[in-house]
Design a protein around this ligand. Structure first.
Ligand SMILES: [Fe+2]
Ligand SMILES: [Fe+2]
Length: 297
């Protein structure tokens, strides 16, 4: 096992990602024993690092780096964060420009593509965490729980968009599904190299999702209030087992958020609010520490 650690140290040094493995591979891991680290690490505070009002204005400015920058004493670390965030912002803006060109006012098709892509990172995080746990490098049980709950939530957003007809065209399904496959392997690779960068990238995507839905409900609100809610939305938000719904509300106590779904407007308001929760969690995860599931606090 020592040779793997040497290889990772070499990659870590070579790529200038000196914090990537500091993130998870703390000194305990050099003993190569799977341990429940979460009980011994500092808890990541989700709420403290979140500024919801900054979403529309700071998109593209890498706001989430401020917290990290202020606590960083290393020039190399700050430089690495800047590079990581610049790459992420460039990638996100490029994809957004493509979506703007292709979809313009085809709202539900755009949301279908967005939701197909948006759940991929959580599946990628769970894949890598599961792999690391299987080979005994670390155990992050609460991260697994929260990321699965986020993936479950995104899947229901996708089901809602499908019920609204967003997947009607072959081209939209083809585009979304092929981007999703490429995106999965990209995030797996990024997460292995730098969990912080992967979480920041996902934060950029979630910010875009939040602002997209926020603008949509502002512009189309009156029309949406006249339309019925899709059945899958009513079941998910009001009738199902809400354990997993509570699981991704990482700054709220379980059972403290119980949406009322009476029309399509309520559905999109809650989807938007879900995206805000994801964004908070992705931002908090960039700070080394330990994210806690609401059910284990
Ligand atoms: Fe979503
Ligand atoms: Fe999301």
């Amino acid at each position: 096992m020592d040779q793997w650690l040497l290889i990772f140290e070499f990659i870590n040094f070579f790529c200038g990602c000196n914090l990537n493995f500091q993130y998870f591979l703390c000194s305990k891991l050099y003993r190569v024993q799977a341990k429940v680290l979460q009980d011994k690490e500092e808890k990541v505070t989700v709420e403290d690092s979140f500024q919801p009002k900054s979403f529309p204005d700071d998109e593209g400015k890498g706001n989430s780096g401020e917290l990290l920058e202020s606590s960083s004493s290393s020039l190399l670390e700050r430089w690495t964060i800047k590079v990581e965030q610049s790459v992420n912002i460039l990638l996100t803006e490029s994809v957004v420009k493509i979506l703007d060109t292709l979809y313009n006012d085809r709202y539900y098709a755009r949301f279908f593509v967005l939701e197909t892509i948006a759940r991929v990172p959580y599946f990628a995080f769970v894949s890598v965490l599961h792999l690391y746990e299987s080979i005994g490098w670390w155990r992050k049980a609460d991260y697994l729980q929260v990321h699965f709950a986020e993936s479950w939530n995104e899947m229901h957003h996708l089901l809602i968009m499908e019920e609204l007809g967003g997947n009607a065209l072959w081209f939209d399904r083809f585009l979304a599904q092929h981007i999703a496959v490429f995106y999965y392997f990209m995030i797996v690779f990024m997460y292995i190299l730098s969990p912080r960068m992967a979480y920041h990238f996902s934060e950029c995507v979630e910010k875009h999702a939040f602002t997209t839905y926020d603008k949509f409900v502002m512009v189309q609100g009156d029309e949406l209030k006249k339309l019925p809610a899709p059945e899958v939305a009513v079941k998910y938000y009001m009738e199902g087992n809400l354990y997993l719904f509570d699981e991704f509300q990482t700054d709220r106590a379980p059972q403290s958020r119980r949406p009322k779904i009476e029309n399509l407007y309520d559905v999109f308001i809650n989807i938007r609010d879900d995206e805000a929760e994801h964004c908070k969690t992705m931002k908090a995860c960039q700070t080394p520490g330990n994210l806690r599931s609401p059910h284990s606090c």
